[in-house]
Design a protein around this ligand. Structure first.
Ligand SMILES: Cc1cc2nc3c(=O)[nH]c(=O)nc-3n(C[C@H](O)[C@H](O)[C@H](O)COP(=O)(O)O)c2cc1C
Length: 268
């Protein structure tokens, strides 16, 4: 904000952004202005994904993306495009659509939890630490409902410094294990190197175990991802084996998604 603004300009700006109205709304459930301001800030920007209303009979699959990278690099002989994960996501979503049309495969309604779009703050406290005079911010409550509604999780992530990228951990840690529990998860890692992000996959297994959404035994790692998949998520013909591997991993997810949902439905 410019230091040369007049009081009149400042007031007009606050009015244009609806600050007084937001503050009045936030103060309806708290007497503490600091809590009201924190709530307004945490609710600002970022879209909430939602499953389609008519997803009856389908499993609800939540895809977590591990990377929030958004810029092309300018070093080296070849610049690195923004987020390799986008091509992996496109490829995986295409395969899930093909599987949806196959009677022998599970059918999934998909939502994507994209840390770049969610724009969550660095975690200070998870949703279940709120309560009493300080209810959880509306945005977190809405996101939590989507996490809880899922029947299965697919994590698409690179490894950062040989482990889970902070954007993925930060997003998932906002929600308690009861929201993830008794459902399966599958992990698809990738990297620009020859290791395919496997170390993030290894690190995710105990974390997903703790959350109660046990990881299926088969996990897929795609090395040299920007050579294997083009920028539209199209797999080079010479890499067809990755499609088969994805099918094998999803077949395991189908099996557990069906059985765990039957148990959850029976115990309601
Ligand atoms: C902070 C950071 C750490 C990284 N660490 C690794 C690593 O441990 N192993 C690896 O193979 N690649 C590593 N890379 C390179 C990534 O494989 C590469 O940037 C890839 O494009 C990441 O996926 P993304 O573009 O979807 O974020 C790292 C990249 C970043 C930004």
């Amino acid at each position: 904000m410019s230091a040369s603004w007049t009081d009149e300009q400042l007031l007009r700006c606050l009015k244009d952004h609806g600050v007084a109205e937001k503050m009045a709304n936030a103060m309806e459930t708290t007497s503490d202005p600091a809590i009201a301001i924190r709530r307004i800030l945490s609710e600002s920007s970022g879209s909430i994904p939602s499953f389609r209303a008519n997803s009856d009979g389908k499993f609800k699959l939540m895809i977590f993306l591990g990377s929030a990278r958004n810029h092309r690099t300018y070093w080296g002989p070849h610049s690195l495009p923004p987020r390799s994960g986008d091509r992996v996501l496109q490829w995986a979503q295409g395969l899930i659509e093909q599987r949806n049309a196959d009677d022998n495969c599970g059918t999934y309604d998909v939502v994507v939890m994209d840390p770049r779009e969610l724009d969550l703050p660095i975690l200070d406290q998870p949703t279940y630490y709120y309560g009493g005079p300080e209810p959880a911010p509306d945005k977190l409550v809405k996101l939590q409902a989507v996490v809880e509604a899922a029947d299965a999780y697919l994590i698409i992530t690179p490894e950062y410094n040989h482990t889970i990228p902070p954007a993925l951990k930060n997003t998932m840690d906002f929600f308690g294990c009861s929201k993830y529990a008794n459902k399966p998860s599958a992990v698809l890692t990738y990297s620009m190197t020859e290791w395919g992000g496997v170390r993030a996959g290894v690190a995710l297994r105990p974390m997903l175990g703790e959350l109660g959404c046990l990881m299926v035994s088969y996990s897929l790692a795609i090395p040299k991802v920007n050579q294997v998949l083009d920028e539209h998520g199209v797999l080079g013909d010479e890499h067809a084996e990755y499609g088969n591997k994805f099918g094998k991993m999803m077949g395991q997810l189908d099996w557990y998604a069906e059985r765990t949902r039957a148990h959850r439905d029976a115990s309601v």
